[in-house]
Design a protein around this ligand. Structure first.
Ligand SMILES: [Zn+2]
Length: 256
């Protein structure tokens, strides 16, 4: 039986003498494994379509629950992300995370779109690596349903835009005004170590990333120090929710 899918290759492994086993993040069917026969032959006609990070419309043949690639029409190869080790490491991390949150048999189009937009920005040098990583992590948390209330303090419900200082409690997934967080720390209800103060510009960045159209998510600027902080917060926030280890993140951190 033949299937047409849109997907991106998020991992590739050699198989036998000349074939590859591709891990493909699809728009509508989660992550699937696809055998690409002869894909490692230099003369393979579809060489570009069967490389890591290539996004294509694929024609697959399904037999005994295993997919074989019949044909692929390339949409984008994101080839430029391989040009240096840092962007390659970030692309690998984005792919590993996107693959890990995609559910078999369900609509993953928002996750796929975020991954494609991030790889596009990375391959075109539209933003720094830290900027792309932070935006990806914040937006992914939102897509997965973990977007915190950002308009009002979680405790006293004051408008967060009107308070002098505000904090993020990543563990509980809430923003608060500093007064409330000080009270909770004093009473021992929250641990001070888990509370991060959030400057106005970082707060604005969070709001922007949650609310922006998917093709505009990177279109804001932050100073280097703020970007470092946003990166720390986005990583802690997302990974508290995903609750698993990513090898690609460990490697990326040795480079960033
Ligand atoms: Zn409050």
């Amino acid at each position: 039986m033949h299937h047409k899918i849109k997907g991106i290759i998020i991992r590739e492994n050699a198989q036998g003498e000349s074939s590859k086993l591709l891990t493909v993040l699809t728009e509508l069917d989660g992550v699937i494994l696809v055998k690409a026969k002869g894909a490692r032959n230099i003369s393979a006609t579809n060489l570009k379509n069967v490389q890591l990070f290539a996004c294509s419309n694929m024609l697959l043949y399904l037999k005994n629950e295993s997919y074989t690639l019949v044909d692929a029409e390339l949409i984008e190869d994101f080839y430029a992300v391989r040009e240096n080790i840092e962007s390659l490491a970030l692309a690998s991390y984005l792919c590993e995370v996107a693959g890990s949150v995609s559910v078999r048999g369900s609509d993953n189009s928002a996750v796929l779109q975020l991954l494609l937009n991030s790889l596009y920005a990375l391959s075109r040098g539209m933003a720094t690596l830290k900027h792309i990583k932070a935006v990806f992590e914040v937006r992914l948390a939102s897509i997965l349903g973990f977007e915190p209330e950002i308009n009002n303090c979680d405790a006293c419900e004051k408008t967060l835009d009107s308070v002098k200082n505000r904090v993020l409690d990543p563990e509980n997934g809430v923003f608060m005004c500093e007064e409330c967080s000080d009270e909770l720390i004093e009473s021992g209800e929250v641990d001070k170590k888990g509370i991060f103060s959030v400057s106005q510009s970082i707060f604005d960045a969070f709001k922007y990333i949650f609310g922006a159209k998917s093709n505009k998510i990177f279109s804001f600027s932050l100073g280097e120090k703020d970007l470092d902080e946003l990166n720390t917060l986005s990583e802690i926030y997302l990974h508290l929710r995903l609750d698993r280890k990513y090898k690609t993140l460990d490697f990326l951190k040795t480079l960033m």
